[in-house]
Design a protein around this ligand. Structure first.
Ligand code: MN
Length: 336
């Protein structure tokens, strides 16, 4: 579904009709979530409204550069919810899923005013009074850009930068298959408004901490090629994490390194966790469906990107899953 003029106008009217807004996004927020959150709150505050974005955890290392002068409220304990400023509307960006809003459930239960969703995901099980959802949009930021543009509210460099970050991260810097011509049109428009693409690129992609940099090195050194170089298996042990002084958060997108290999059909990263559990990330190229594979082990996600958690030691989980994966790769008819 693409956005209709009626849907955009209805959401614009909703915003005009209210004065004080709370804005939230999904747990473990990414660039689209945070970019959309800050772009919306800044725009509202600039246009005579009072907006309060709410976060429930510190910004991840990668997105700390977004922590600008935008005011926001940090809720760390359930009791903090009562201290929120009064609001007459709640807007949720980049999700409509209750499962992705676990840390916000006390607010969702307590808040009795109207709720609005601005999103691009097909899955939506959160009750709301109005939605602006475009499931074809590669980022919630692109949906928000159309709304703000319609309201003539898209006219400053900081807001443009937040939206640029939203679109750039959800499209993997305009490289994933969800990248459309619209993404480039909007990128140009946002750059003309003052979004600094070089600074944003450096912050997002050239700013790894030494811990993450070392961890990527370990992951690449661990890479083994199986099944005629179509299967890449990488492994990170608890020892790797302590040697690199790294944490679980540093593994974001490490699996994507395997996609450099032209012959890769499927890649898998085994990450040893405390407590005899292995966290597994997978990526694939068509026609290999990693969602179908991960589903067999209680995991899932998307056809090209999935994950799962499997109980057992790193050695036994790795052996068992690799054997299954090798046989799945052999059965796959790769038409290239
Ligand atoms: Mn998104």
């Amino acid at each position: 579904m693409s956005l209709t003029n009626e849907a955009i106008t209805a959401m614009a009217d909703f915003i005009h009709q209210h004065e004080k807004f709370l804005i939230i996004t999904h747990d473990r927020p990414d660039g689209d979530a945070l970019g959309s959150l800050f772009a919306l709150s800044r725009s509202l505050n600039q246009h005579g409204k009072k907006a309060t974005p709410i976060l429930t955890a510190d910004l991840p290392e990668r997105y700390q550069f977004l922590q600008t002068d935008e005011p926001f409220v940090m809720i760390r304990n359930d009791s903090d919810w009562s201290a929120l400023p009064a609001a007459d509307a709640l807007i949720i960006v980049d999700t409509g899923s209750r499962e992705q809003l676990q840390s916000y459930l006390p607010l969702l239960e307590r808040f009795t005013g109207p709720k609005a969703i601005i999103d691009h995901h097909a899955y939506c099980n959160l009750k709301s009074d109005i939605q602006l959802i475009d499931t074809h949009a590669p980022a919630a930021g692109l949906v928000l850009a159309q709304l703000l543009d319609h309201m003539n509210w898209l006219n400053d460099a900081a807001t443009a930068s937040f939206i640029f970050v939203a679109i750039a991260t959800d499209t993997g810097w305009f490289s994933y298959s969800n990248t459309t011509a619209d993404c480039f049109s909007w990128a140009a428009k946002l750059m003309n408004l003052g979004a600094n693409d070089r600074a944003i690129y450096e912050n997002l992609f050239l700013s790894d901490s030494p811990a993450r940099f070392r961890l990527i090195g370990r992951a690449l050194c661990s890479a083994e090629l199986h099944s005629n170089d179509q299967l890449v298996a990488m492994t990170l042990s608890l020892n790797d994490f302590s040697q690199c002084n790294a944490t679980s958060a540093h593994t974001e997108n490490v699996i994507d390194q395997a996609s450099r290999l032209k012959t890769m059909l499927v890649s898998i990263l085994f990450v040893e966790q405390p407590g005899n559990v292995v966290r597994i990330s997978m990526r694939s190229r068509a026609p290999f469906d990693v969602h179908a594979f991960a589903s067999k082990f209680g995991g899932g996600g998307h056809a090209r990107a999935s994950g799962m958690r499997v109980e057992g030691s790193l050695k036994e989980v790795r052996e068992k899953i690799l054997k299954e994966l090798e046989s799945a790769v052999e059965k796959t008819d790769r038409r290239i």
